[in-house]
Ligand binder design. Sequence first.
Ligand SMILES: [Zn+2]
Length: 606
Amino acid sequence: MKTAAKYFLLICAVAASGAAQSPQAPPPAASSALAQVIDRIITQENQLSKSVARYHPLVETYIQHVKPDQELGAVPEKDEYFLGKLNLAGGIDDHSLLSGPNLPVKSLKFFNRFFSIRFLPSGFAQMALVDEAGFDRQHYDFEYVRREFLGEVRAVVFDVKPKKGSGAGRFLGRIWAEDQDYHIVRFNGTYGPTTSYRHYFHFDSWRVNMGPNLWLPAYIYTEESDFRYVKVRSLRFKGQTRIWGYDLKQGGREDEFTKIVVDAQNPVRDQSDTPADLAPVGSLRAWERLAEENVLQRLEKAGLLAPEGEVDKILTTVVNNIQVTNNIDIQPEVRARVLLTTPLESFTVGHTIVISRGLLDVLPDEASLAMVLSHELAHILLGHRLDTKFAFDDRMLFADEQTFKRLGFRHDAKDETAADQKALALLENSPYKDKAAAAGLFLKALSARAGELPALIRPHMGNRMADGKTVSRMAQLMNSAPQLETARKEQIAALPLGGRVKVDPWSCRIMMLHNKPVALLSAREKLPFEITPFLPYLTRQSATEQVAAAGAVGAGANTGDATGNGGGAAHQPKTPGVDDDSQGSTETTTAATEVRPATPAAPPKQ
Ligand SMILES: [Zn+2]
């Protein structure tokens, strides 16, 4: 890419607009209390810079370049994606997870370079930490602004400016520090000073309480709306960075021992009612299930798959709805899990359907979800099996960075076509039969945007949903869909990213977000497949709360609309007054529940 070299020559545009001049000095008593607060903030931040080096969470950055649009304000023009392990001790390390055959090495290199040029001097890490070398009174001036709540957490707010001549890569902006231990929980601004060859973008960086006295980086939003460089060129983009999996070592399996010891009524040896020796078909199934379990556990250990939880039950309910109405009983039972990454994809691992967080986010309704799940269910019904080589444990012994090279679940074109046909038949007999238009509309929206968003539609492990502008999944459903009307605010064909599923950055557990419906003001707020800023509702966690929360993720989520009925922060597909075909989805779930009263066949273990 030719433009890559250009980024080396970025010309400054940002630093000029400094913060306002300080008002009159506070009285002496207040100023000494304030000085103590500032000292505590500095101490905590510098301790974090040191202690954070022991964690190696996953970091995912997704960037959309945007261009002006008459109707919608701005629309995506192209996108970029990065997934790696964060090493906060020394910038982002080289161990990207993205080097599989689906990603050209050239573009990866381009991205790495592009990325590091953006976030000098220490690459990405800088935006997770205020200033890892020199956050102190020698390098900065602090000016008290006010107290403010961020969610439940009360914070003291300061404007922070680097002192003159304090060197390159200094933070300029505002910090929020919670007022119990004085951890910085949010900082918003940019770095500077810019020079002719070094430029810094604006960002809003958030930390989440992950235990007593522990606040760690979790979300960073980046945006530039009119970034001028090389005199005449202008760059407009927005980007989301998510960090999760701080507690990856134990792979979410630690509590299993506790369970076995405590639960004396349910001895380890005797968990199944089948005879000790299995018939040939039984042993084949068990062998395949073993391969499936191995893969799922490995993905979970790498921080790529969310631990079993409430969201899986919601997905399983929809799968059951399809199975029940089609008189299908699959053994072993079909399960569903969530891949924690953004690119839109779904695939099956044996009898487990995996759907990505990004895809769950953008699906507008239960019918669209049923479309995705029915395709995967069709693969299972057609016997498109998982390679049983994964039943051998040595095949799971690889570095996390190798995951996408070692594990792939793509089907060939013949199997894909067969699965689509079967899935259409399944939907035809399902409670979603009359809502196929909504699913088709989603595919039309995907088709309209896919050409500009190649990174979003490039799967890690599954098959593509679209190739360029061409939808390659269940495309026939588009025939029954209404016309896509991007300018009509009432037609919600796809949601923005990040509105449905919330990931606990510590444990990787997920829950459905339950946002209040928001009536859209204009079509500009539809933002299909787009990035929006992070504004997390901060809370404090005690150690006991943390454990409790892990067990009760998304409690009450499985009522009514099986998709959780949670649109984006600025979004809600079932807004009052919106002409939405899927209003009846609540009944759908209920109806199917009546067919088989014990809804999700096997509630996943917590
Ligand atoms: Zn498929």
